[in-house]
Write a protein that binds this ligand. Structure first.
Ligand code: FAE
Length: 531
């Protein structure tokens, strides 16, 4: 197992490691039909990247299959990713119009037509909720806000009671922080930086209304951001870049875990391939079927590969959909009934407030949040609200928040035999507990500050962004649908390693927990299972 120092070094590997990952992801390295691999990882987000690194470091040749693109080639504008102000085809996964989380301004749709393309952000629509997910080599790390937040220890014990909590906090969270290249903001700089005026305004209002605020760590390189603010490097976080990718500054998984795995020489990444089926192979191991797609999403080839071990790391939604479909279609008929259950949205709800004219939030807001309002201890309705940027590039006097609440509702995935799709039973109305909890905090702030909600950003006269989530969790819960380390019962060599293991809620932004849990599980699997 690599030491913490090796990982910190790896987090700073930079360009040469990126080149190795590009080589591991090159077309020539892609899986071909008939290949037989020791380990195949479906998906390249947090669970997949951790698993691939530890497998390759243990000497095991590992093939990642990722439905999204490699995102290592600049477009005609010289940039790999587009920004939030001018979303183009690179922004959305196979849509012809954008579907922005904050989709309206002054009650008018802010969305626009784009060419259909395998863009980096998917807004996956189910009957009662849209689920935002990253698509590409690096999964959610490409699009997310980079906040790396350790969950409250007593809450972690509640959500994952079968996990030894001391080892998580002593070993696996520190290991995840090191592997991800997490850094803390220079708090003195924060107090003066123009790009965090929006956060200081929200902090002052929260504190004056009786709420505690806390700094949040991030994987975005804060030293780079300082240089952006000083005007000495190309801007990314300060150029309205976040949910469609960051061209600079962010230590996404392709720069950390995946780059380090590629540097072992034992990793291949087969991008733009969608896994569609996994079934036992008569000769041993599993047959994995996948569709190679082009940038319009059309299938250009179907391949089957044999893998001795298969790690499901397609994210909460991707893994749950695949497993539920495999069970219903008789390919993995003995999967437990708990597979597909226990899905939640981490209690997500978004809301915005209008500030007074004398309280500007700044024309340039960093795309990377650095502060949260912590009201989790309130038994009447725990809320941990990230102070989110509204990086419109102009002064708007808006304070935006992504509230994480303790919404107890849970949904299930089910295979729909008439459409062949997997449905999710979540209903929009099930988000009412999240609204109720967030409303108590923001009603209080509004009352104390004599301010009002913005009701023009999530629809016409709609205060709450309650019909989407950034934090899908669950569907294949640890120690229920799997054993206590992510092994799928009845199918030796099949593992789950991503956010689907976490039962619907972490109380904070989830990727650090997903990473740490994946570190814990793969360590055990490498130590005890035969490879
Ligand atoms: P994930 O990262 O989603 O990776 C799954 C991968 O599997 C993806 O790359 C998929 O394309 C791929 N895949 C799916 N199905 C298939 C298939 N059939 N075949 C091949 N490949 C497949 O999963 N969390 C934080 O902690 N802090 C933040 O600041 C934060 N901000 C966010 C902002 C946005 C806009 C969004 C959308 C999310 C944010 N999140 C944040 C959530 C975080 O990104 C998410 O919890 C993790 O990415 C989930 O990690 P997983 O490994 O479960």
């Amino acid at each position: 197992m690599a030491s913490r120092r090796t990982l910190l070094k790896a987090a700073a590997l930079g360009a040469p490691a990126a080149a190795l990952l590009a080589k591991a992801s090159a077309a020539g390295a892609a899986l071909a039909s008939g290949d037989h691999v020791p380990a195949l990882v479906i998906g390249s987000g947090y669970g997949g990247a951790v698993t691939a690194l530890r497998l390759t470091q243990a000497g095991i040749a590992t093939a990642i299959v990722e439905m999204g693109m490699a995102w290592n080639t600049a477009g005609s504008d010289g940039k790999v990713f587009c920004n939030m102000l001018n979303p183009d085809q690179r922004s959305y996964w196979l849509r012809t119009t954008t579907d922005q989380p904050v989709g309206y301004f002054l009650g008018i749709s802010a969305n626009k037509t784009i060419p259909k393309y395998t863009g980096v952000l998917d807004s996956e629509k189910f009957a009662g909720i849209r689920v935002y997910q990253g698509r590409g080599v690096g999964g959610g790390s490409l699009v997310n806000g980079g906040m790396a937040v350790v969950p409250k220890r007593d809450y972690f014990t509640q959500i994952l009671p079968s996990v030894d909590v001391a080892s998580m906090y002593d070993t696996y969270f520190p290991r995840a922080n090191a592997g991800l290249g997490v850094n803390a903001i220079d708090t003195a700089w924060f107090e003066t930086a123009d790009c965090y005026q929006f956060a200081r305004v929200s902090r002052a209002q929260a504190n004056a209304s009786g709420y505690t605020t806390t700094f949040l760590n991030n994987v975005y390189d804060f030293d780079y951001m300082k240089k952006e603010q000083a005007g000495t490097v190309p801007r990314s976080a300060l150029a309205s870049e976040v949910i469609y990718g960051n061209n600079y500054g962010k230590r996404s998984l392709d720069k950390t875990y995946l780059a380090t795995a590629a540097a072992t020489g034992r990793l291949t990444v087969t991008a733009q391939h969608v896994v569609t089926a996994v079934a036992p192979n008569a000769a041993g191991g599993y047959t994995v079927t996948m569709n190679q797609i082009d940038t319009t999403g059309a299938t250009v080839a179907t391949k089957t590969v044999r893998a001795d071990k298969v790690f499901f790391a397609a994210g909460s939604v991707g893994t749950s959909k695949l497993l539920v479909a495999m069970r219903a279609q008789g390919l993995l008929p003995n999967l437990p009934s708990a597979v597909g259950q226990g899905w939640g949205n981490n209690g997500n709800v978004m809301v915005a407030r209008a500030n007074h004219i004398w309280n500007p939030t700044g024309a340039v807001e960093s795309g990377m949040p650095a502060m949260g309002i912590d009201n989790w201890a309130d038994a009447a309705g725990p809320v941990f609200a990230e102070i989110a940027p509204f990086p419109a590039g102009t002064e708007l006097w808006i304070s935006l928040y992504l509230a994480i609440t303790k919404n107890p509702n849970r949904a299930a995935f089910s295979f729909n035999s008439s459409t062949g799709a997997v449905d999710l039973s979540w209903q929009t109305a099930w988000n009412q507990p999240a609204i109720d909890a967030a409303k108590r905090v923001f009603d209080t702030i509004n009352a104390k500050q004599v301010t009002v909600y913005r009701s023009d950003l999530f629809g016409v006269n709609k205060v709450w962004g309650d019909d989407f989530t950034y934090h899908p969790l669950g569907g294949c819960i640890l120690n229920q649908a799997t054993d206590n380390y992510g092994r799928l019962p009845g199918y030796p060599g099949l593992y789950v390693t991503d956010g689907s293991l976490i039962p619907g809620s972490t109380g904070v932004n989830p990727f650090l927990t997903i990473t740490a849990l994946a570190e814990r599980n793969i360590e055990k699997i490498l130590a005890t299972d035969a490879f």
